[in-house]
Ligand binder design. Structure first.
Ligand code: SF4
Length: 72
């Protein structure tokens, strides 16, 4: 069973994202399959893993396509 069903379903779209990501794109890529993700909540907290991955994306160390590839 896939641990990242949202990423798997949206793999083509997410792989094609270019950086810098918009805030909504970052949340979709990094949070959509997280058990702590509650899109209905008004306030969205950012965990350490989210912040580290976001920085790696911003600095070009990782690409959205690489993240999608390891989640498939
Ligand atoms: S910020 Fe972190 S804990 Fe919160 S939904 Fe995203 S990955 Fe999950």
């Amino acid at each position: 069973m896939c641990s990242f069903p949202h990423i798997a379903e949206r793999a083509d779209h997410l792989s094609a994202l270019t950086t810098p990501l918009t805030p909504d794109e970052a949340v979709e890529l990094l949070c959509s399959d997280c058990p702590f993700y509650h899109p209905d909540r008004e306030e969205q907290l950012e965990c350490g893993s989210f912040l580290i991955l976001k920085r790696l994306l911003e600095r070009g160390v990782l690409t959205p396509a690489q993240i999608v590839a390891v989640c498939r």
